[in-house]
Design a protein around this ligand. Sequence first.
Ligand SMILES: Nc1ncnc2c1ncn2[C@@H]1O[C@H](COP(=O)(O)OP(=O)(O)OP(=O)(O)O)[C@@H](O)[C@H]1O
Ligand SMILES: [Mg+2]
Length: 471
Amino acid sequence: MTDSVQVSGYQLVQKIGEGGMATVYLAVQESLDREVALKIMSPALAANESFREQFMKEGRIAAKLTHPHLMTVHDIGSDKGVYYLASEYLPAGTLRDRMQRLNVAEVLEIVRDIASGLSYAHEMGFVHRDVKPGNIMFRSNGSAVLADFGIAKAIKSVSAATMAGNAIGTPDYMSPEQAQATPVDGRSDLYSLGAVLFECLTGHKPYEAGDAYAVALMHVTEPVPKLPDKLAWLQPLIDKSMAKQPADRFATGDAFVAELDRLLAANPQMNAALRESRSARRRAVATNIGTSSAATAGSGRKWVFAGGGVAVVVVLAAASWVAWRGKAAAPAAPVATSAPIEAAPAIAPPPLENLSANASLARLDLATLLSRGNDYFAYGQKNGGEKMSFPPGDNAIDLFREALKRDPGNAQATQGLQRIAAFYANGAQSALKNGLYTGADVLVESGLRADPKNAALLQLKAQLAKAEGGG
Ligand SMILES: Nc1ncnc2c1ncn2[C@@H]1O[C@H](COP(=O)(O)OP(=O)(O)OP(=O)(O)O)[C@@H](O)[C@H]1O
Ligand SMILES: [Mg+2]
């Protein structure tokens, strides 16, 4: 049951969970003969020196935090290269497991618990950085606790190269400043808590898109999501916790709780429901112990990149990528129109009429195809590749290709395509340099559409394949 893992001083009883970076066991701490959750960090992390340092340092910090709504850390250490953290065993599962079954009153009580725990930790000077449903767990008395203080920071310290190919976390609850890899404080955690609250209330994540990068970008650019009408009375809580600018958010977890209480006071019915749920939840959880700690790796998307939130940023800053992602990668979600984005370039209206129907492309004569291709190239350089490689049927690649169909070997068209390939090779190069493997992949593919033989792109492609294969 316990594979071959051994940690002296602990008797491993049973594996109870697995995350991207660790395996969690129910264990008995022999000296005190008490049950603990023993989290064993993955060997890939343990092999990394900066992780080991940060893990021990952050673990010591986490152990100093004592609050009814923070997971209690008992011990942290290493034994024959195995890095572990022993904490209180939380037998009643995670918020991720039970999210679907909660009513509004129960949800509000949980976020209230967590906000108060965050308030305390922030006052002590600590930021969690990974507030998400999988890290909100329950004691047998039903109270919610936040797990894994300090771990996110330790993981973040690990270099891009080490983490290539490892799935580490989700952007679903990531604050805009995390997505941009700018410094975070407690208000970032409150943003994440707002995102968790939103999901609990609506059953879906605040931002959904085809891939992790698009989701991270949406946290920066998209308007704060709206609750359905019948929950509109809670919208102020979402608006204020998920404000794009930290300065517009709650300054503390206590302020979050105060606003929640204010809204509840204005909704006496809900207030009563909350009081009722408090006792009901405790009863339900007490009879539910042990039903939900199956080894789920979490249903949230795992994404591959390096260094926690760091990576996304560079991409966000790279103008070429921002608009590209926004326009092309998230068809399900409307592109940012209103919220300001600091790192993004200004996107001017596209030149000329839309050519999307292939028929209209065919209508243009050769000279127009070429001159418009050049215009589109210039436009795309400033607008994240828009009109250069997308939208389909109305972009420089398609125009130059059409020109080559009519006049094989046309020098202007050939050069045009080569310049596009070079543009993408540049972008991919800098993405790769910053450990942005997915972003680099996407850029390489775009570039190869323009020029499948471009040497720089082919080399990048090989490099990426190696990085993804080798870890
Ligand atoms: N103290 C604990 N008591 C009981 N079960 C736990 C405890 N800590 C973690 N678990 C279980 O182990 C699982 C894995 O936890 P872990 O923190 O490694 O990953 P995660 O937070 O779910 O996801 P990620 O790796 O993305 O952070 C949890 O989902 C939970 O089911
Ligand atoms: Mg966790």
